[in-house]
Design a protein around this ligand. Structure first.
Ligand code: TIU
Length: 238
């Protein structure tokens, strides 16, 4: 069992074989100039700040050979999976499917739709393409989690109040115990991020828990030997 200091109270992972990392939409479309985020008029620098922290959490899961899911928001090139309401939304701005400086905006396979180079998935990590804001809507995520017997999800990524919160609420309704890593998630609007963290953990953890990357990484490193360079490192106990 691993106990992680968190809000509104300690988050308990019964056994590490029950936990998976979900990294939401750390894509060039949201973090780099010329993508969907900037096309919507947003300040992308807010999102770029969390990249090293997300990498640290990713490395923690990689070191322990725990399951890792990356999600990718994007649509088919013929836009058949994009409702007209989303295609038309907005005024005087680039829309889903329009040509941007990194290819067509929010279209799967376009350069801008890729995960940023710093967080590129490894071959054994699962990448879930999703047409919606939530990672459970019209995706294989739930069947993957069931197959791997996962009950506890550690969430990171962007943006806190849109795709991360939607996914966390979808997961919560399906019975998953969710922990959001505060400094590994970001919004274009810092005040929206703050409100989201507060609403998630309000009412006794109505949607789940939040913690810091330091709390999370420390709790895991104290929970037993960890796999380092593919060998079990027990030096902590020596
Ligand atoms: N616009 C915005 O804040 N977010 C999205 O459109 N997608 C995600 O959050 N990934």
């Amino acid at each position: 069992m691993v106990l992680i200091p968190a809000l509104p109270y300690e988050y308990e992972i019964p056994s590490l074989d029950r936990v998976a990392l979900v990294i939401i939409d750390m894509q060039r479309d949201f973090l780099e100039s010329g993508g969907f985020g900037e096309a919507l008029g947003n300040d992308i620098s807010q999102l770029q700040k969390i990249v090293p922290t997300v990498k640290q959490i990713l490395d923690t899961f990689r070191d322990r050979a725990l399951p890792i899911f990356h999600t990718l928001e994007g649509h088919q090139s013929d836009l058949s999976d994009c409702p007209p309401s989303k295609l038309q939304r907005g005024q005087n701005q680039l829309k889903i499917g329009d040509m941007g400086t990194m290819g067509r905006i929010l279209i799967l396979g376009e350069p801008g739709n890729n995960i940023i180079p710093e967080l590129q998935p490894l071959a054994n990590e699962i990448v879930i393409a999703k047409p919606g804001k939530g990672a459970f809507y019209r995706t294989s995520l739930e069947s993957w989690l069931q197959e791997k017997n996962i009950t506890h999800l550690i969430l990171t990524g962007v943006t806190t109040e849109v795709c991360v919160q939607t996914t966390m609420r979808e997961a919560n309704d399906r019975g998953y115990e969710c922990l959001l890593v505060e400094d590994a998630t970001a919004s274009y609007f810092p005040e929206f991020k703050q409100s989201t963290l507060e609403m998630i953990r309000a009412q006794g953890g109505i949607v789940g828990w939040t913690t810091t990357s330091e709390n999370f990484i420390q709790a895991l490193s104290f929970s037993g030997g960890y796999v380092k360079n593919n060998k079990l490192d027990m030096s902590f106990y020596e």
